[in-house]
Structure formats: structure tokens, C-alpha cells
Write a protein that binds this ligand. Structure first.
Ligand SMILES: *Cc1c(COP(=O)(O)O)cnc(C)c1O
Length: 385
């Protein structure tokens, strides 16, 4: 049976070039970068070289790039780091209703410790409006965290505008850019942000490694929350994940090199897919914006269909998509993102996310367009909705 993976927003396969770059660091190059002998100094040099490369690729300075275990840790590092810096007076944190759970749960934890939080509303397409942010800011606001690109519906937020508002009020601004890497350009200067989270496995790098960018002028705004040795300039203790770090840098380099054609190719495939679906079946609607959206990601509602049933039927035909976000797929609550976009619960439950990637071809789309419409027809014929 044909296998068609359309869940790249959940994770991606590691590119062979990346695996190859990583391999020596499991075996010959195994030294601990904190060691003073040659074994350690070789890996120290490799880590710092990877840091320099990553910094250059995102418009940062090397001292502003910190390696972490991934997107979740980077988000936690900023939110809890800034929170604990202000632990005596507490304060107010602003985020949006459509963030990844890595941000929402970290902010929720700070609320339990006595901090206030505002979760910004979004419009029907998932956009945070600059006015909504302006109105939410208080004298005691210590941090604003709004994601760059939404993982469920693909909305690209107006980060520059939002970050400028934060800067006017001298409030540090964090963005979860995990879904942006490899799909749209990411330049920390152009974005005007202070903190940024990224994760290797979302752009064909290895799992379990990411970065947290911290602007030099904002580094005093947070405290370290993983204590131990003085790794990562004291911002994150723990012996570095050397193969992961090397893989992250390699994957980013490859992703940036492909930026001028691969995202466009995926956007065209997604377009072909969406048009094909609309031609073949009634009651097909796109969730999220038409413009300012991530290439290759489609969140689609199928009228009178239960998303999970469609997901399972597709899986039996070798097609992998996702319902809601991967992290919440075990709960039956409607997606918090679609709910915040005022999508009614029935429509939210009838939606699937298809996220395309490098390996997807026109033949894949043709296959899915052959297989999916009859499944929808069959499910509708037995549907109670
Ligand atoms: C996947 C994802 C994360 C979590 O990253 P991990 O490296 O898997 O911890 C955070 N934010 C967004 C938007 C994501 O898509």
C-alpha cells in the first residue's frame, strides 16, 4: 500500500545529510566539551561552530543562541525564567489563546504561583490584533509571548508590529517560532523580538534538540531554571547534546538553502489538494486565513464528518494526517485554537490537519484525492451528525 505522510507539523524525518553529520559525534567525537583535554576541546569547537552557524542563519550573534532539548523547553525557559526573575513582586504575563501547550501550560503554572495572565483573543482567522495587545498591557506586565506561526491552522502573526508595541513599553517579547523554521524566513532583527523558541525535529533535524534565542539586551530579564554546571553560559546546565546540536545546525542550513523553492512547491501541492477536495466533495471548508499562512498546511473541516473517524479510515489507507493538535489528540475537547477562532464545536470536531513536507509529491496528492472522497461519502451515509 502507498504510504502518504501528511503530518509534518507534528514531526519530520531526519534528513540523511543531517544523520551523516551527526554520526561521528556518537563515536569518535565523543568528548565532553567541558573537559580540558583534546577530546573535549574537539567537541567544544564543533558546538561553538554550530552555534556560530545557527546564529548567522537567524541574524543573531553567537552569544544569543542557547541550545536546549527542544521547543517545549525553550518556551518554558523564557516564561519561567522571566517569571522567576520577578518572583518577589509577581506581575502580569500576556499570551494568546492559540498558543501551543508548551506556552499555555507554562503560563498557567505561573498563574498558580500568583502571577496574572491575559490570554489574547484572536479573530476568525487566528490573528492577534495589535489593538488587542495594546489594550492588554499593564504597568506590571513582565512578558508578552505570541507565537510566530500557528501549528494547527498555519496563521502567520504580525510579529514585528506586536514586538514593536512591546518594545515601546520596554516589555520583553517572546515568540514560539517552532513552526516557522524551514517554511518562512526567520530573522530576529527583522522580527524585533527578544526571545524565540525553535525545535530541530520540525524541520528535518533530530528530535530532542532546539534553540532559545535571547537578545543580549534582554538576557538580564530572566534567570536560569535548569541548575547544575555552567554550560550554555550558565543559562542551561547539562552536558550538551552534541550530535543533536550538530544535527540542528545542519538541518537549519539545509532548510534555509531550500527556502526559495521548497515552501512554494508545498504551497502549490496544498492548493492542488484543496481544490481537488472541493471539486470532489461538498461541505469542505478551510480553517485559517487565505493569506499570511504557512505554506503546505491545510486545516480542513468536512461537514457531517467526525474528524477522528476520517483520520482512522485514512490511516488504514496509509495516509497520515492529524486531528486537533497532536498533543491533544487523546482528549475529546474541541481544539482550543479552533474554539478561539469562534469555530463552532461541531465544525471543530470535523476538522483534520494535513501538513505537507519535502517527500510529498503530486502522485501523493492524486492518491489521497482518489481515496478520501469515497471515505467521506461512506462516513456521511452512516453519520449521526
Ligand atoms: C512542536 C511544537 C512545540 C514543541 O516542540 P518540541 O521540540 O516537540 O518540544 C512547541 N511549539 C509549537 C508551535 C510546536 O509546533
Amino acid at each position: 500500500m502507498r504510504k502518504v505522510y501528511m503530518d509534518h507539523s507534528a514531526t519530520t524525518p531526519t534528513r540523511p545529510e543531517v544523520v551523516e553529520a551527526m554520526l561521528p559525534f556518537f563515536t569518535e567525537q565523543f568528548g565532553n566539551p567541558s573537559s580540558l583535554h583534546q577530546f573535549g576541546q574537539w567537541t567544544r569547537a564543533a558546538v561553538e561552530e554550530a552555534r556560530d552557524r545557527v546564529a548567522k542563519l537567524i541574524g543573531a550573534e553567537s552569544e544569543e543562541v542557547f541550545f536546549t532539548s527542544g521547543g517545549t523547553e525553550s518556551d518554558n525557559m523564557v516564561i519561567k525564567g522571566v517569571g522567576f526573575k520577578n518572583i518577589e513582586k509577581r506581575g502580569h504575563i500576556i499570551t494568546s489563546k492559540i498558543e501551543h501547550h508548551a506556552v499555555l501550560e507554562a503560563v498557567g503554572f505561573m498563574e498558580k504561583l500568583g502571577f496574572d495572565a491575559t490570554y489574547l483573543d484572536v479573530d476568525g482567522y487566528g490573528f492577534v490584533s495589535p489593538d488587542t495587545l495594546r489594550e492588554a498591557i499593564r504597568d506590571d506586565t513582565i512578558l508578552i509571548s505570541v507565537m510566530m506561526t500557528n501549528n494547527e491552522v498555519g496563521t502567520i502573526e504580525p510579529i514585528r508590529v506586536l514586538a514593536d508595541i512591546a518594545r515601546e513599553r520596554e516589555i520583553p517579547f517572546h515568540t514560539d517560532a517552532v513552526q516557522s523554521f524551514g517554511k518562512i524566513p526567520v530573522d530576529v532583527e527583522e522580527l524585533g523580538i527578544d526571545f524565540l523558541a525553535s525545535s530541530g525535529h520540525k524541520f528535518y533535524g533530530p528530535k530532542g534538540v532546539g534553540i532559545c534565542y535571547m537578545r543580549k539586551s534582554a538576557q538580564h530579564r530572566l534567570v536560569n531554571f535548569v541548575h547544575g554546571g555552567s554550560h550554555e553560559s550558565g543559562k542551561r546546565a547539562g552536558t550538551e547534546n552534541i550530535p543533536g546540536i550538530i544535527g540542528f545546525a545542519k538541518a537549519l542550513e539545509l532548510a534555509v538553502a531550500d527556502l526559495d523553492r521548497e515552501p512554494r512547491r508545498q504551497a502549490e501541492l496544498a492548493d492542488m489538494f484543496y481544490r481537488g477536495l472541493r471539486d470532489a466533495i461538498d461541505g469542505v471548508e478551510l480553517n485559517g486565513p487565505e493569506k499570511n499562512r504557512l505554506p503546505g498546511l491545510l486545516n480542513i473541516s468536512f461537514d457531517k464528518i467526525e474528524g477522528e473517524s476520517l483520520l482512522i479510515s485514512l490511516d488504514m489507507q496509509g495516509i497520515a494526517a492529524s486531528s486537533g493538535s497532536a498533543c491533544t489528540s487523546e482528549t475529546l475537547e474541541a481544539s482550543h485554537v479552533l474554539t478561539a477562532m469562534h469555530c463552532d464545536p461541531v465544525r471543530a470536531h470535523s476538522s483534520l490537519r494535513f501538513s505537507l513536507g519535502r517527500e510529498n509529491t503530486e502522485e501523493d496528492i492524486e492518491y489521497v484525492l482518489r481515496v478520501l472522497p469515497p471515505i467521506v461519502e461512506k462516513l456521511r451515509s452512516v453519520s449521526m451528525l
